[in-house]
Ligand binder design. Structure first.
Ligand SMILES: *[C@@H]1O[C@H](CO)[C@@H](O)[C@H](O)[C@H]1NC(C)=O
Ligand SMILES: *[C@@H]1O[C@H](CO)[C@@H](O)[C@H](O)[C@H]1NC(C)=O
Ligand SMILES: *[C@@H]1O[C@H](CO)[C@@H](O)[C@H](O)[C@H]1NC(C)=O
Ligand SMILES: *[C@@H]1O[C@H](CO)[C@@H](O)[C@H](O)[C@H]1NC(C)=O
Ligand SMILES: *[C@@H]1O[C@H](CO)[C@@H](O)[C@H](O)[C@H]1NC(C)=O
Ligand SMILES: *[C@@H]1O[C@H](CO)[C@@H](O)[C@H](O)[C@H]1NC(C)=O
Length: 822
């Protein structure tokens, strides 16, 4: 039933998209203003008429009329060069006001060409340009030295567009042409279709974009007259890092547009029909990248759109390749024929949003994939668009320096971790159709219980001495793991392997053995010991001891019989959990996190909350694991930052990604995603699903907001959750996913609400739907005394019933010591 339903939904969606796309072909802009400034005559550029300046005067408000023109023949000829011959000069702030008929995306294009007019050298102009929409500063202290076209794409929601030219002190402004034209709304799709390397980038609809470069790979300049939306595309050769490694191919006639996704408005066939590809010269061992470099401004994020069309593959041997932006593998094993349902030469594009740039160049590379049967890779077109920041496209030199100082490390680190994590899940430009090959199947380990962090956590000034009591002899570890028998490996990570260990009396252990050749391993190892030995709580996985003999870096943890929460939700054959069990697990994990956030004088932020890091013991009691990435907050100093900023796809707080400000609320966000995962029992990212379903957080929120979360819950729970309990649960998860951290509840509040949802499930509550969400909660919350917002550590360490009693640790520990003696 569910399946059939999903299929129907999917078909319906495709149907909508097809219809939608049909309407966009031959886009007819509702608003179109083309002004040939400074000219007394209309001129035609292709099929477009730029009207004479005089007839535009009803749009213009300026104190003086200064029209300039040149007859110089140094202006390079191009389809629009006629527009460069005249200009309007402004000595005082002046503005164009255009009434708009339709809200939505609009192009603003401004042409500037400095020439000599009656001894006035227009190269000395210096001015700023603003658009009324959100007071966006388009240009700051701009002084063009040669002919240039500035192009912006703004989502305008008011009925007018005002463009103001404002001369800098003792200077003047000018402009050669002004155009304001509607763009198809489908051109820049909403946030759901954009995935940055870590997660969906949201908020693009509100951002202004500036075109930095628009490139036609492997082909000629495509002029504005050959583009349905009046854009121009430049050839790529000058951007190639090693032109000799690249070659080009062309088949313009062969380009096809699919039913959904790319249209001629996305890019014309002249762009999709040419490409730059690897110059493999028939050498099957070729192994190199083709790389393009582009100048950008540090301190901004960029939207990068890559256009692909496999015009080179023939027959069955279709190309598969990897795509990088900067150092980051953004698309692994891209197989164009499979994204276009088996057909070749089909237009396809993908969008990426970069982190804030910390340098002034950006590279894009393509190269062979591990799955390539023959090394080849291609790219047909590329657009780089700057995303406005704080309403501007430029930041002052001093704030830039400050930005670089503060953000440099962080930005790079976000990047690095991106490279390490699941990058193949990243991007869905349009609709991702079912991949023909399932390349990455979820591996289901019923027994993996600890995820190995790649790096350590916050550093402390304490020495190892304070932890000497945890030191375990190597011989004991060796015996417990049967000399690190490969058959006992229950997990593998960047740090090393995790083995199941058994002591003489049958007590099980988890033994994590670090790779001694890892250079930063030692510091991380020490940090983890510091962190773990300091935090003891029933709902945190405990460190039992460590071993550093013979250069070993071994950590020994309590064994968690029932593996990860994730493995109990999907991707395994484990029996399904009931609703009450799931609630209790969430409550346990929330307690562990609440303790981390409040149980110590300084909050500790876990940073990698996900269902794979919530482990279950033999009684299905939840414990949070892997706080190797944890940070003490809020004052994170430089040394902490330099370890790593990490997170997992689909769980990462968007605010953290955008602002790089780490707070406990980032954990709350991730926990909210886990809550939806628990109730829906599906992975947080499924790239093969229709676009709006790919990201669980976004998908579930959509249903929750409609009050219909029950439509998408795990089918095994249908009819088993009391509506009030589900409502409370859904509302809580929704609050956790609030866009801004300040709007999210604390972990203590979440815990409290989960307890309440459990009460609603268990108790016979008066069935008053209004009452249930807000009132009368205190009376039915009996076990609440251990949740306290006070920061007292002592309360948790010993007296609370919630902590791991030191007795149980020392029991196992003494066993470890004793078995050494044997
Ligand atoms: C433009 O004017 C600003 C402010 O007066 C000044 O800081 C800047 O150096 C000027 N730019 C040029 C190229 O003269
Ligand atoms: C235009 O001027 C800028 C500096 O103002 C320079 O970097 C660029 O190379 C020039 N472009 C051409 C085509 O001359
Ligand atoms: C423009 O912004 C409005 C309000 O933020 C949003 O509802 C709309 O979808 C946006 N349109 C486009 C085409 O991005
Ligand atoms: C561009 O358009 C012009 C006029 O419509 C046409 O003559 C020319 O062949 C086109 N160029 C390309 C590269 O398609
Ligand atoms: C490849 O590019 C060069 C230089 O722009 C051009 O002369 C040649 O015709 C192109 N080849 C193809 C197959 O498009
Ligand atoms: C291609 O570039 C990426 C990113 O810089 C790099 O990691 C990868 O090793 C390169 N591949 C080859 C074959 O050089």
């Amino acid at each position: 039933m569910m399946m059939a339903c999903e299929v129907l939904k999917f078909l319906f969606l495709q149907f909508l998209i097809l219809n939608f796309v049909c309407c966009c072909i031959g886009f007819d802009p509702k608003d179109k203003y083309y002004i040939n400034c400074g000219s007394s005559a209309d001129v035609a550029v292709g099929s477009i008429t730029y009207i004479a300046d005089k007839s535009s005067s009803r749009f213009l408000s300026t104190p003086e009329d200064i029209l300039a023109h040149t007859s110089s023949n140094s202006i390079a000829s191009s389809d629009d060069s006629v527009l460069f011959r005249t200009a309007r000069i402004f000595t005082k702030p002046s503005r164009y006001t255009f009434p708009l008929r339709q809200s939505g995306r609009h192009w603003i294009r401004l042409r500037f060409y400095p020439f000599l007019y009656q001894n006035l050298d227009m190269k000395s102009a210096n001015f700023s340009v603003f658009s009324s929409h959100k007071k966006t500063r388009l240009l700051s202290d701009f002084s063009p030295q040669n002919g240039t076209v500035k192009e912006y794409l703004l989502n305008v929601t008011s009925g007018i567009m005002v463009i103001t030219f404002s001369p800098s002190r003792n200077s003047f402004a000018y402009v050669n042409s002004v155009e304001v034209v509607s763009a198809p709304d489908s051109l820049i799709t909403d946030d759901a279709s954009l995935f940055n390397p870590i997660m969906a980038y949201s908020g693009l609809v509100d951002q202004a974009l500036e075109t930095v470069v628009r490139v036609n790979m492997g082909g000629p300049f495509v002029s504005l007259v050959n583009d349905t939306l009046g854009r121009s595309w430049v050839p790529d050769w000058s951007f190639l890092l090693h032109p000799n490694l690249a070659t080009n191919a062309s088949n313009i006639g062969g380009v096809r547009y699919p039913g959904g996704g790319a249209t001629q408005d996305i890019a014309p066939p002249t762009v999709y029909g040419t490409c730059t590809k690897m110059n493999s010269q028939s050498d099957p061992n070729s192994n190199f990248n083709v790389t393009w470099n582009f100048g950008v401004d540090a301190g901004f994020q960029y939207l990068i759109r890559l256009h692909f069309c496999d015009i080179v593959s023939k027959g069955a041997n279709q190309l598969v390749f990897d795509v990088y932006i900067g150092e980051f593998l953004v698309d692994r094993d891209l197989e164009l024929s499979s994204v276009s349902q088996g057909s070749l030469a089909t237009a396809y594009f993908k969008d990426f949003v970069t982190p804030l740039m910390d340098k002034d160049s950006l590279s894009v590379s393509i190269g062979p994939s591990k799955l390539s049967y023959y090394p080849d890779a291609l790219l047909n077109g590329l657009e780089v668009m700057k995303i406005s920041r704080k309403g501007s496209f430029s930041i002052g030199a001093s704030s830039l320096t400050a930005f670089l100082r503060s953000k440099k490390k962080l930005v790079m680190i976000v990047g690095v971790s991106v490279g390490v994590t699941f990058v193949s899940l990243i991007v869905v430009g349009v609709l991702v159709f079912m991949r023909r090959r399932k390349k990455k199947q979820e591996v289901s380990h019923s027994k993996i219980w600890i995820h190995i962090p790649v790096d350590g956590g916050a550093s402390h000034s304490h020495t190892m001495d304070s932890n000497l009591s945890y030191c375990i002899p190597f011989a004991v570890v060796e015996e417990a793991t049967n000399s690190f028998d490969e058959g006992r490996v229950i997990g593998v990570g960047g740090f090393g392997k995790v083995y199941e260990g058994v002591l003489g009396d049958g007590t099980k252990l988890a033994v994590k053995r670090g790779n001694p050749s890892s250079p930063q391993g030692l510091a991380e190892f020490r940090t983890e010991i510091e962190m773990l030995s300091r935090f003891r709580h029933r709902h945190l996985v405990s460190l039992l001891g460590y071993c550093d003999e013979k250069n070993e870096m071994i950590l020994v943890y309590e064994y968690m019989e029932n593996g990860t929460l994730k493995s109990h939700l999907y991707g395994s054959n484990l029996p399904s959990l009931g609703w009450k069990e799931r609630l209790q697990i969430c409550i346990g994990a929330a307690r562990g996190l609440h303790y981390l956030h409040t149980g110590y004088t300084k909050a500790v932020i876990h940073r990698d909350v996900k269902s794979a890091n919530i482990l279950l013991d033999e009684n299905l009691m939840a414990k949070v694991a892997d706080f190797g990435l944890s940070k003490t907050g809020p004052d994170i100093n430089q040394t902490h930052v330099s370890t790593a900023v990490k997170g997992s796809f689909g769980y990462l707080d968007p605010e953290y990604f955008r602002r790089q400000q780490l707070t406990e609320k980032s954990d709350v966000y991730s926990f909210g995603v886990v809550m939806f995962e628990v109730v829906c029992a599906r992975p947080v990212i499924v790239p093969s699903l229709p676009r709006e379903m790919v990201n669980l957080g976004e998908w579930a929120i959509k249903w929750q907001k409609k009050g219909e979360l029950d439509q998408i819950i795990d089918h095994r729970l249908v009819g088993r959750i009391k509506p009030n309990s589900l409502r409370k649960y859904g509302e809580t998860a929704e609050k956790c996913l609030a866009e801004f951290g300040v709007d999210r509840p604390s972990m203590g509040d979440v815990l409290w609400n989960l307890e309440y949802a459990l009460q609603l499930q268990e108790a016979v509550v008066r069935d008053d739907p209004e009452e249930s969400s807000s009132n009368n909660i205190h009376e039915i919350s009996p076990h609440f005394n251990d949740v306290d917002t006070s920061n007292s550590f002592g309360q948790f360490e010993r007296s609370s019933g919630d902590d791991l009693s030191d007795a149980s640790v020392s029991k196992v520990f003494s066993q470890l010591i004793r078995s050494e003696g044997r």
